[in-house]
Design a protein around this ligand. Structure first.
Ligand code: 5AD
Ligand code: SF4
Length: 448
């Protein structure tokens, strides 16, 4: 089909990296029925908004975006199919149809493979709300093998869903039970990605280190993926402390391709709050894992997620969080004010923390995290580090690369050797990135 005959599809993605991966998969499946991806909804025949339900603000963003698209369509007298995908679709399908009646289709995360069929149905009826089951195995089997993901750093979903039921979290309700894809399928996909030029693969899962297909665990996957020609770097996210088994910890010392950076969310440093969050571990247990990982891979850097103002969080509980952050010394972190999510046990609690106090605690925590991040980055100035040249920057001759420790490095160079790992001398640090100069380019024998 020539490009003029193709229908135009725009996908707006919110939320986590798994949504980014899912959006690529939706583009893949839509390309089988003649849609090509465009980077704007202005002239699109169809727009998919891939949504996130994790926090309140994420949901608000959806309705803003839908309103904008509808206004544009009305003003320009445009017929466009609008679909809402992702976790808000799963959790609030009826609400979306009510609040945004111009939406044609709502589809949850487990049903993307049915998109062409659903669109055909929707063209007959005015709109369709797909009530979604959690058949993750069926979805993965039905998605096309080809991928629109290109570039040197790619995502690969290996596991979906969550059985942990933290009391603040909607994921077990929107993404369903834990499901691990068969290892053979994952390895085949990783090989295809390497053939397409991928150098770095990030393995994705809501509970990625709980991966278990009955035969292989995450360490087995990492070992096999490390053997694939062209794959120099492996990462995985997001992990739960309880699933950090000894083999995986040891793998950080024995598989050079496993990057020395781990996002290991702890959420709180208070045993009391951890228990009420149903995290099923203590602060000490978490600190022990951090210590074991540092022993296995001394240069490993950590990041975490934190929630402040969970119901019942006292000053002492919050101090325990600050203390844990001091003890770990993070390279970077994400932190959020608790927002009650409908349907979760936390939302039923009446001992809520006042918004003003949540804001105060968040500011205090973020000041500490920022200080740690700055101190961490400062240590790199004047040093040489291996940087994967990943993508173009905003400015002319600017390339953005990534260190093994997940820092972005801005480089000014005429060179466009994306996918190469080069030696870079770090010359400066900015708020969220580093700046440097390439000192050597060697394609062969590159170690991280
Ligand atoms: N309120 C605030 N933050 C939340 N997160 C998940 N649910 C909530 C909530 N209800 C945060 C957690 C999680 C990250 C992805 O989002 O820190 O690790
Ligand atoms: Fe949510 Fe907890 Fe599951 Fe993570 S482990 S997805 S925070 S319920």
């Amino acid at each position: 089909m020539s490009s003029e005959n193709k229908k135009k599809l725009f996908i707006k993605t919110y939320g986590c990296q798994m949504n980014v991966y899912d959006s690529h998969k939706m583009a893949d499946v839509m390309s089988t029925v003649g849609y090509e991806l465009v980077d704007d909804y202005a002239n699109a025949d169809m727009t998919i908004v891939n949504t996130c339900h994790i926090r309140e603000k994420a949901t608000d963003k959806l309705y803003c975006e839908l309103g904008r698209i509808n206004k544009h369509n009305k003003k320009n007298n445009r017929e466009m199919m609008i679909a809402v995908a992702g976790c808000v679709g799963q959790a609030e399908g009826d609400e979306i149809m009510r609040r945004a009646p111009y939406v044609n289709l709502v589809v949850g995360p487990q049903s993307y493979h049915q998109l062409p069929e659903l669109i055909a149905k929707t063209s007959h009826k005015k709109s369709e709300r797909i009530q979604l089951d959690f058949a993750a195995d069926e979805k993965f089997d039905s998605l096309p093998a080809e991928t629109t993901q290109s570039g040197s750093s790619v995502f690969l979903t290996i596991q979906e869903g969550c059985d942990k039921f933290c009391t603040f979290c909607v994921v077990p309700y929107t993404r369903g039970a834990e499901y691990s894809r068969p290892a053979a399928d994952i390895i085949a996909e990783a090989k295809r990605m390497a053939d397409n030029g991928a150098v770095e693969i990030t393995l994705l899962g809501q509970n990625v280190n709980a991966y278990d297909d009955g035969k292989s665990r995450l360490t087995d996957l990492a070992t096999k993926i490390a053997e694939i020609n062209g794959i120099e770097r492996i990462r995985y996210t997001t992990s739960h402390p309880r699933d950090m088994d000894d083999e995986l910890i040891a793998a950080h010392g024995s598989i050079p391709e496993l990057m020395p950076f781990l996002h290991l969310p702890v959420q709180s440093g208070s045993d009391n709050i951890l228990q009420q969050m149903n995290r099923k571990h203590t602060a000490e247990f978490y600190l022990e894992i951090i210590a074991k990982l540092r022993k296995a891979r001394p240069d490993i850097a950590f990041s975490s997620d934190f929630i402040v103002g969970f119901p019942g969080e006292s000053d002492k509980d919050f101090e325990d969080t600050m203390k844990l952050v001091e003890q770990v010394n993070y390279a970077q972190c994400y932190s959020f004010k608790y927002s009650p999510r409908p349907g979760t046990p936390g939302a039923l609690r009446e001992d809520t923390v006042a918004e003003a106090l949540k804001s105060e605690r968040l500011a205090q925590l973020q000041a500490l995290i920022n200080r740690q991040q700055n101190e961490y980055n400062k240590k790199f100035v004047g040093k040489n580090v291996k940087v994967l040249l990943d993508r173009k920057g905003k400015y002319k001759n600017q390339i953005i690369g990534k260190t093994p420790y997940m820092q972005s490095v801005h480089l000014t160079t005429k060179l466009e050797s994306f996918g190469n790992i080069v030696d870079v001398r770090i010359t400066e640090m900015h708020a969220n990135s580093l700046g440097g100069e390439i000192i050597d380019i060697k394609k062969d024998n590159i170690a991280a």
